[in-house]
Design a protein around this ligand. Structure first.
Ligand SMILES: NC(=O)c1ccc[n+]([C@@H]2O[C@H](COP(=O)([O-])OP(=O)(O)OC[C@H]3O[C@@H](n4cnc5c(N)ncnc54)[C@H](OP(=O)(O)O)[C@@H]3O)[C@@H](O)[C@H]2O)c1
Length: 236
């Protein structure tokens, strides 16, 4: 694939290196300096790419998606913290017949973790004396808190309670840890996902980019992961 990247930070660099390893061409990397470009200029730069991948900042997502769908380039968005703009983003994609695949967490393990948590929520909804809670920890540079993954976990726990506490820690270099607990006076059940490196996010994002080419509409990664895995194999 001929790829365009929004964001040349920690994730952008990782995706770039991995994309090249997988035989893709990273033909364009846009960073904060490109935020000054006009919409027309951005579209011209993007035209002709097979897909774009966005790991930038929340405030740029709407204009990045708009530029991509106008240029006819499907886009994968891994950037988090833009849920306030989600209705506008969806509308723009629909209006232009574009393709968007987004996910707060492109790790395959986390997406399996979501299913485990959803099943746990089903089991615990009939035993209301367990109090559920979420804890997440990330590196000090992460801007949004709670993480998009924690918010998704909270949605999955809605059958259990609607006021689930979420604790966030930002410190050091932690790639990402999420815990979901169910606590009673007698015992505690704790489910944990621990990212060891960010490689898993890059691998999932590239897998998603391969899948979104030729699609139309807006998709959330965990909703289509089974479909994607049925069609493609993921490298470790
Ligand atoms: N979905 C997932 O699986 C997943 C995994 C990890 C991280 N994330 C999310 O991905 C995002 C990026 O993470 P990161 O660790 O790579 O952050 P980072 O190291 O801070 O990099 C952010 C990059 O975005 C660029 N940027 C800022 N404004 C821009 C704009 N208007 N257009 C294009 N690029 C722009 C920055 O440019 P400069 O270099 O010029 O400052 C920088 O290169 C965050 O929202 C993070 O939460 C998601």
């Amino acid at each position: 694939m001929k790829l365009a990247l929004f964001g040349g930070g920690a994730m952008g660099r990782l995706i770039s290196a991995r994309a090249k390893d997988e035989g893709h061409e990273v033909a364009l990397v846009l960073t904060s300096r490109d935020a000054q470009r006009s919409a027309d200029e951005l579209q011209d730069l993007l035209r002709g790419h097979d897909a774009a991948i966005d790991f930038s900042v929340a405030g740029a997502v709407l204009s990045n998606v708009t530029a991509c769908v106008r240029a006819g380039v499907p886009i994968v968005v891994g950037t988090t913290g833009w849920s306030l703009h989600e209705p506008d983003v969806r509308r723009v994609v629909e209006e232009h017949g574009g393709a968007l695949l987004y996910g707060a967490n492109f790790s395959i393990g986390v997406n399996i973790f979501y299913r485990i948590v959803a099943r746990a929520a089903e089991l615990f909804q009939d035993v209301p004396y367990y109090a559920s809670f979420i804890e997440e920890a990330h590196h000090a540079r992460k801007r949004d808190a709670p993480s998009g993954t924690a918010l998704r976990l909270r949605d999955l726990l809605a059958p259990v309670a609607d006021d689930i506490p979420v604790a966030s820690t930002r410190a050091g270099y932690i790639p990402g840890t999420h815990r979901v607990g169910f606590d009673s006076d007698a015992d505690q059940v704790m489910l944990t996902h621990t990212a060891r490196t960010r490689e898993g996010f890059a691998a999932g994002a590239l897998l998603a980019a391969g899948w979104i080419v030729g699609q139309q509409g807006t998709y959330e990664f965990s909703d289509v992961l089974n479909k994607i895995l049925a069609e493609r194999t993921i490298r470790k």
